[in-house]
Design a protein around this ligand. Structure first.
Ligand code: HPA
Length: 440
């Protein structure tokens, strides 16, 4: 059988474009290889004359195939300012000026944001724009503007991000008010048990503080830029000191559940693997291309926290390993992390710390130890022996940590951490409080 006649490559409909005007060497004698707009020709039919492109009844502009006319919403409404909260709608279609501005700022979900080659790009453009928008200056500025509007003249200089089960830390605030993340432009609603997904603001020991009850994690499928976004928004709001808290698994036996690890340093495993929050074009408005991460966790604040923590927390300084999760670590991974010098492991914090240092914020990192990470935190030799013994004991012998147990342990420790934060509040608020020099 003769080979079938060559046909133009069938493009998926979403990459079809209207026929381009002749440019360069392309001429009428050499027909364009572009696939005309319209339903794809059947496999056997030779491509015939293109049917006329579907048009938006409101504007007459050509639309995509398959038709997405519903998204072509007719003439553009009046432009909105950058500061207009996304929650208020803020979208519209068409209008070259409007389109250009929205492309710069990333556009708003589900609306027509630009014209190109006379085509409305509709939702496809919006989705891409939203990805570009994640963690961008414009997104952080919109979130900060929205928060500023809600805070009514209060200017918190201290931010607090609550880890799993630690949302109760906001209970230390007097005169607290809150808003769900879903209302804050570009914040993602929380999807993890133990994270309320709320912004709370009020006074902590007389000091205005803004608290994020919940965070975005890589394991939720958020990009690193989304992890950085709330930190950037807080910085643009005026926060100069950020307290990062988390629930973590201990990698060493002397560090027991219920103890507080004051972060002296971290190992950012996603960052080392190329998935860091600062990967990509650098926006100098946030900070320099190559931020220094030595003394990322403020030594003065750490020493003060060490001195002021309730004794029941048995505080000690140490190194936190950030992993992307969501699977808890295997015993071999725990051994690896221990050999790397980590004392505790968790699935958060390191990206936020990197974003915060990029912005020049002071950072205090607090890990509440909620469990022994798999492997029990023994020395390598002991642990290998334990694993061998456990092998004969059947399933469940080496039980991984369970999220519900982690949350319960965290909620128990939150009360004590609240006391610590109240005692620390004046130091947190005073950016110029003298550090006590390099220490533990
Ligand atoms: N591993 C990772 N993240 C965690 C753990 C753990 O053991 N405990 C609380 N968060």
């Amino acid at each position: 059988m003769a080979p079938p006649a060559a046909r133009p490559l069938a493009r998926p409909p979403h990459v079809t474009r209207p026929p381009a005007p002749p440019i360069g060497r392309r001429s009428a004698a050499r027909p364009s290889r572009r696939v005309p707009i319209g339903p794809p020709a059947s496999r056997d039919a030779r491509p015939g004359p293109a049917p006329p492109p579907p048009r938006c009844p409101a504007t007459g502009a050509p639309a995509h195939w398959p038709p997405r006319l519903a998204r072509c919403r007719g003439p553009a409404p009046a432009p909105v300012s950058m500061a207009t909260p996304q929650a208020e709608g803020g979208g519209g279609g068409g209008g070259a000026k409007r389109g250009r501005r929205l492309v710069e700022t990333g556009g708003v979900a589900g609306v027509v944001t630009s014209r190109r080659n006379g085509l409305y790009k509709g939702r496809r453009r919006s989705r891409r724009s939203r990805r570009e928008m994640e963690g961008s200056y414009a997104a952080a500025a919109e979130a900060a503007d929205w928060l500023r509007g809600r805070l009514g003249g209060v200017s918190p200089r201290v931010g607090l991000i609550c880890g799993s089960g630690l949302g109760g830390l906001a209970g230390a605030l007097e005169g607290a008010q809150s808003a769900p993340y879903g209302d804050v432009p570009h914040f993602k609603p929380a999807s993890v048990p133990g994270h309320a997904g709320r912004v709370v603001w009020g006074l902590l020991g007389g000091v205005p503080v803004i608290v994020l009850q919940g965070r975005s994690h890589l394991y939720e499928g958020h990009g690193p830029a989304q992890v950085a976004l709330p930190v950037r928004a807080l910085a643009l709001l005026g926060v100069h000191t950020l307290v990062l808290t988390n629930a973590a698994g201990s990698l060493r036996r002397p560090l027991q559940p219920g103890q507080l690890l004051l972060l002296r340093d971290h190992i950012d495993l996603p960052g080392l693997a190329g998935n860091g929050v600062l990967v990509g074009p650098n926006d100098e408005r946030f900070g320099p291309r190559f931020p220094v991460m030595a003394a990322a966790y403020d030594p003065g604040l750490r020493r003060a926290a060490l001195a002021l923590a309730p004794p029941a927390l048995r505080p000690r300084p140490g190194v936190y390993a950030g992993v992307s999760g969501p699977a808890y670590e295997t015993p071999a991974e725990c051994r690896l992390l221990r050999r790397l010098g980590a004392d505790a492991v968790g699935m958060s914090t390191v990206g936020e710390a990197a974003a915060a240092r990029h912005l020049g914020l002071r950072v205090l990192g607090l890990s509440l130890i909620t469990n022994m990470a798999a492997g029990g935190g023994a020395s390598d030799e002991e642990e290998e022996e334990e694993e061998e013994e456990a092998e004969g004991a059947g399933p469940g012998a080496a039980t991984p940590s369970e999220h519900a147990a982690v949350l319960e342990a965290a909620e128990g420790g939150a009360r004590l951490i609240r006391q610590l934060l109240v005692a620390l509040a004046p130091l947190l608020a005073n950016r110029d409080a003298p550090g006590e020099g390099a220490g533990p």
